[in-house]
Design a protein around this ligand. Structure first.
Ligand code: AMP
Ligand code: ZN
Ligand code: FE
Ligand code: FE
Length: 277
């Protein structure tokens, strides 16, 4: 089983990169994509577990971006992490996420006893802060009992506490990753439960810019037929993955998977190789 989209404690997952590799082995995963939000900090620890676990590793990153003001996530795979545009993106997103999270905590703090210290306790310095960290802080101060409840009550885009963060244009991201020798897949391309979605024309424009695939196999997608047709029309590969954030989330590793021939196409000619044991 190939699962190309997972998160670790290097961003907002609950499992360390090394433990994630062991969990992957236990779940019967043969190839794992580690795609933390806007960071590559988990790559080395995960890579060190390829030998002991026998699980192959695809080094990736889930890149926050925008299309006409709509927030999207671009999965970048097997690129040179030192490429200037990629390094600059990580730095800028770290700042953008930090100031956005502080603003959200400030707003929540006017109505509930939440202080920044609670968030700092769950997101170490250097970790790109996401709403799941604010959710964990809300759990720790006893305001909610789960991440889902925190999203429903405080963190969804429709909430008065929600603050958007700066993000680059998705077309630019697709080009940066290509220039850095990697490939891109649009994550959860039609997931209305996460907020506004992009149009078919937007996906066409991303394909034009060099997008390689669509993550059609994702639990939050709707309108799968339309996505299939778009993939067909623009010759995009179809991936599937779990978007696993660690145990405690109601999803499991390998709940959606990617075909071996798709991974072969995705990985061929990239700057980095899939690490096999
Ligand atoms: P952010 O990067 O701060 O915009 O937060 C996005 C992250 O929040 C993604 O990784 C999602 O998996 C997670 N997320 C989005 N909606 C929910 C939800 N309803 N419950 C739990 N996590 C969610
Ligand atoms: Zn996440
Ligand atoms: Fe995402
Ligand atoms: Fe994700």
């Amino acid at each position: 089983m190939i699962d190309l989209h997972t998160h670790s404690t290097a961003s907002d997952g609950r499992t360390s990169p090394g433990d994630l590799m062991w969990e992957a082995k236990g779940a019967g995963i043969s190839v794992l994509g580690l795609t933390d939000h806007d960071t590559v900090a988990g790559w080395a620890e995960a890579a060190a577990r390829v030998e002991p676990t026998g699980v192959a590793l695809v080094r990736g990153m889930e890149i926050s971006a925008k299309v006409r003001g709509v927030s999207v996530h671009v999965l970048g795979y097997l690129f040179d992490p030192a490429a200037p545009a990629m390094a600059r993106h990580r730095e800028r997103m770290l700042d953008a996420r930090l100031s956005r999270a502080r603003e959200m905590v400030e707003r929540i703090g006017r109505d509930f006893p939440l202080e920044w210290e609670a968030v700092a306790a769950v997101a170490e310095p250097g970790v790109p802060v996401g709403r799941p960290h604010i959710a964990d802080a809300l759990i720790d101060v006893g305001a909610v009992s789960s991440r889902d409840e925190a999203f429903a009550r405080f963190l969804a885009p429709s909430s008065p506490y929600y603050v958007p963060h700066w993000a680059p244009q998705a077309c630019d991201v697709v080009e940066w990753v290509a220039d850095a020798g990697g490939r891109t897949v649009l994550a959860h391309p039609h997931a209305p439960s996460r907020g506004r979605t992009v149009s078919a024309a937007d996906i066409g424009a991303l394909a034009e810019a060099g997008l390689f695939g669509l993550e059609i196999g994702h639990r939050d997608n709707t309108d799968l037929d339309t996505l299939e047709k778009l993939a067909e029309r623009h010759r995009l590969v179809r991936t599937g993955s779990s978007d696993y954030h660690g145990s405690g989330k109601p999803n499991r590793l390998g709940e959606n998977t990617t075909a071996p021939e798709v991974l072969r196409a995705l990985a061929s000619g990239c700057f980095l190789e899939v690490i096999h044991s």
